[in-house]
Write a protein that binds this ligand. Structure first.
Ligand code: HEM
Length: 198
């Protein structure tokens, strides 16, 4: 997580981040629920060497998908005129690129857990737009959030192939990414869930 201080709004591990209401103990149980173990960590690490020099190409695919769906692009548009906000899209894209590396590198410590909560708040009306000072819509609708896990992980798969790894290794990297995205997204939805029900 070096060279990241240069990314505006990327506050992983800083005092700007509040403590997650989810404990590391809770998270251990979430990992059990999804069958996430050290093998998954190993395959996420293996994927690091594959994704690190393809970050921009991966983002092109993911951003291309969001841009092709007006109901998704809406979260990046001006709340007044509904036009895409280029600066906002660009600023978020840099942190999204860092997130790809962070997902491969994750240590699952308190700092990581706290930043997960922050990412959730940034999708929710609690904090959306604030980091970039964007005049955009108030919230990323809950109904869109989980669903995006499928296109994100499905379209990642071609990037995991073609770098000399066996089909079994690719499958294991893919499964590890899918589980990690599901775990992270579950943490992100904390502010969307009725108090006491998470
Ligand atoms: C698997 C699904 C998703 C992933 C992995 C993802 C990932 C991310 C990441 C890493 C960030 C930047 C966090 C940071 O500030 O460090 C972000 C921000 C954002 N995402 Fe997502 N996201 C997902 C789903 C969605 C969906 C479905 C939408 C809406 C169509 C969306 C809209 C946004 C917006 C508007 C921001 C900026 C929030 C702000 O104002 O700070 N995301 N997302």
């Amino acid at each position: 997580m070096q060279e990241t201080r240069a990314i505006p709004g990327y506050t992983f591990g800083t005092s700007a981040i509040a403590r997650s209401p989810v404990t590391l103990g809770d998270f251990e149980l979430m990992k059990k629920s999804i069958l996430f173990d050290d093998g998954d960590v190993k395959y996420l690490r293996l994927s690091r060497g594959i994704v690190e020099d393809q970050v921009e190409a991966i983002l092109d695919v993911w951003y291309g998908f969001v841009a092709s769906q007006p109901h998704l692009l809406a979260s990046f548009t001006g709340s007044g005129d509904g036009k895409p906000l280029g600066d906002y899209l660009g600023a978020v894209r840099r942190r999204f690129g860092q997130w790809i590396l962070d997902t491969a590198d994750a240590e699952y410590d308190q700092r990581w857990l706290d930043y997960q909560h922050e990412i959730g708040l940034r999708h929710h009306r609690a904090k959306k737009n604030r980091t970039d000072g964007a005049a955009s819509t108030a919230i990323v609708p809950f109904r869109d959030l989980f669903a995006l896990i499928y296109p994100v992980t499905f379209t990642l798969k071609p990037f995991l192939t073609g770098k000399g790894h066996t089909a079994e290794e690719v499958e294991k990297m893919y499964a590890a990414w899918l589980k990690s995205c599901l775990l992270q997204m579950t943490l992100w939805t904390y502010p969307y869930v009725k108090e006491g029900d998470f």
